[in-house]
Write a protein that binds this ligand. Structure first.
Ligand code: 5GP
Length: 362
């Protein structure tokens, strides 16, 4: 595990609320239990359960949202999630979250995102580069380890970029609102739009106008695609030519052909796919075929909290399930730099980080 922990890595598919620590969720549940809003013992059982179907996962998200939908809590979770990824040497994190509205506590989609951005600013354990204007030649650094001039100790740095998720339960107008918000927040690191949420809910045509608008305005798009068998939707999603897709579990022959011919990068979440039974076992996981075909792939976590995993853990699983060595996994992590939604200056900094780490590989 240490090999994968110390290696620089790029995380491109991480949902904010799905990445919250169990310990934080339990603490929040205990407080709500004490206030009489929930029955703690019922909730504790749901949070700590390890195997869940895809359906149960979405029920868990509804519970997590009850616990977390508050500005201060969103700020805290964002801070912790960034610190957790940085602690395992993730050097670039694309964090996605669904902006939420909750009139009863005065939360708008915009104030929700402000709370997320506060969380990025609140991180003290590492240097967080998220403002787009951070990336100018004068202040950029070319190594993940910075020397803190105050006390001479090395400090880690992590680039963070944000994707705003459209939940499949949302209307076209709500999806548009999310896209407009993303456009307003580009200067604080919002680089794209994700379509996620329960895959058996909603119609592709509902989200298409907002996704088209986002792309016309220069935002990058990633779609949860093929988590359930739905050939019509999968075909339409691929024809849309998103910049990346997540999962691609329930594809048929025609869809694999299309994916490969369009060369759309796939965010692979091994533990998530197995835990939710979207893929029956790693022996039949599409990672192997796509890897062999040299198709662009990125190993990701999806929801480190919900699936009790880590990015280093996903690399370890890929190593043992698909017989890959340290160098091959390093190369996989390095290739991910080419699929980030951040600009070329960030990419070139990340390439340098990997170049210098490559020299330390034995
Ligand atoms: P949030 O957007 O609240 O920060 O993160 C949790 C949300 O991400 C969930 O409510 C769900 O909409 C989305 N999500 C997390 N994991 C998955 C997944 O595996 N598949 C899909 N389709 N959506 C997910």
């Amino acid at each position: 595990m240490e090999t994968y922990q110390s290696m620089p890595k790029v995380e491109l598919h991480a949902h904010l609320n799905g990445s919250a620590r169990d310990s934080t969720l339990l603490e929040l549940a205990r407080v709500l239990g004490e206030k009489g809003f929930i029955v703690f013992s019922d909730v504790e059982h749901v949070i700590m359960k390890s195997d869940r179907s895809l359906h149960e996962v979405f029920k868990l998200f509804d519970l997590i949202h009850i616990l977390t939908t508050d500005h201060k809590i969103i700020t805290r979770i964002t801070k912790e999630v960034v610190e957790d990824f940085a602690s395992e040497n993730v050097v670039y994190l694309e964090l996605r979250t669904t902006p939420k509205k909750n009139d009863s506590i005065g939360m708008t989609k915009c104030s929700y995102m402000e709370a997320v951005i506060e969380g990025l600013k609140a991180v003290t354990a590492v240097d967080v580069a998220f403002m787009t204007h951070d990336v100018d030649a004068g202040t950029r650094v070319d190594s993940v380890l910075l020397t803190d001039t105050c006390n001479g100790t090395a400090r880690k740095k992590i680039y963070v970029r944000l994707l705003l998720s459209i939940d499949r339960r949302e209307t076209t107008e709500a999806a548009m609102e999310t896209v407009r918000l993303a456009l307003e927040l580009r200067h604080v690191g919002v680089v794209g739009i994700d379509l996620s949420g329960n895959p058996i809910v909603g119609e592709w045509t509902t989200f298409l106008p907002a996704l088209k608008f986002a792309r016309e305005q220069g935002l990058c798009i990633t779609l949860h695609c093929g988590e359930v068998p739905n050939p019509t939707e999968i075909g339409s999603m691929l024809d849309f030519l998103p910049h990346r897709i997540g999962h691609a579990c329930c594809f048929e022959e025609e869809e694999w052909k299309k994916l490969k011919s369009f060369n759309i990068p796939v965010e692979i979440c091994l533990t998530s796919n197995i835990r939710t039974n979207t893929i029956s076992s790693l022996d039949v996981h599409h990672f192997a075929d796509l890897y062999k075909a040299n198709h662009p792939l990125i190993l990701c976590t999806d929801d480190v909290g919900v699936f009790s995993t880590s990015l280093s853990g996903e690399y370890k699983i890929a190593a043992s399930a698909f017989g890959l060595g340290k160098r091959e996994l390093f190369q996989l992590a390095r290739n991910a730099v080419e699929f980030v939604f951040a600009d070329d200056l960030v990419k070139s900094d990340l390439r340098e980080i990997f170049n210098s780490a490559a020299k330390r590989l034995d």
